[in-house]
Design a protein around this ligand. Structure first.
Ligand SMILES: C[S@@+](CC[C@H](N)C(=O)[O-])C[C@H]1O[C@@H](n2cnc3c(N)ncnc32)[C@H](O)[C@@H]1O
Length: 203
């Protein structure tokens, strides 16, 4: 597990935190716009009352939607501003202030499902994709799965460009994960060049 001193700077912290994510989602949520697409897909991947980790949870919008569907949810998010917003809006949602690289089954426990959505995979620190996926695999319960979603093109400012399906799935395999499903969006759109949704399992 990485200590604070050893943590490489994420693309999010370096640049993308200014991409307007928080204001954009805050406005949508305050206007009553549906932002639960990721959570709806996550919900069908598990039994009722599952234990779910939202890794890189941001303001907590996906995690709270899953908690409201009856799951036992833990949000992990290293950005203190986003954690503060999550706690202000949804104090009932448990949040740990941690980078993915700091997560550990002995402290966080293990999970039926881990969601890594909203471009987290292209906002990690450079060259940490396999490390991050390996940490997440170790947090899975037997039969557990990881739901990943990110932009293949047109991602946020400062995000990794060109993280193709082939590169991502090779990283997943290097981390001991196999892709069970690959879609083009959270409504199970066909595979396309814009967005990647994947369901991974250990093995
Ligand atoms: C665009 S936000 C999306 C947040 C949330 N998943 C959502 O969909 O609302 C990207 C998030 O990735 C997180 N992130 C990037 N690298 C990370 C890492 N190594 N560990 C944990 N979170 C990370 C950032 O802190 C930020 O909250």
């Amino acid at each position: 597990m990485a200590t604070d001193q050893e943590l490489p700077r994420t693309r999010w912290a370096a640049e993308a935190a200014n991409s307007g994510y928080l204001s954009r989602f805050s406005e949508r949520i305050d206007a009553g716009v549906d932002v639960d697409g990721e959570a709806r897909l996550a919900d069908v991947l598990v039994e009722r009352e599952a234990r779910i980790l939202d890794a890189g949870a941001g303001m907590g919008r996906v995690a709270i939607a899953l908690q409201r569907r009856g799951h036992d949810v833990l949000a992990a998010e290293p950005d203190e501003n986003l954690v503060a917003e999550s706690r202000r809006r949804w104090p009932e949602l448990p949040v740990v202030v941690k980078d993915i690289l700091q997560l550990d089954p002995t402290t966080e426990g293990s999970f039926d499902l881990i969601v890594v959505v909203g471009n987290v995979m292209i906002l990690l620190a450079e060259d940490t994709e396999v490390r991050a996926l390996t940490v997440l695999r170790r947090l899975l319960r037997p039969g557990g799965r990881i739901l990943v979603g990110y932009h293949l093109s047109g991602g946020p400012i400062g995000s990794r460009a060109g993280y193709t399906w082939d590169l991502f799935s090779a990283d997943a395999r290097a981390a001991g994960l196999t892709a069970e499903h690959h879609f083009g969006g959270y409504n199970l759109e066909p595979v396309n060049d814009d967005y990647c949704v994947a369901v991974l399992t250990a093995g």
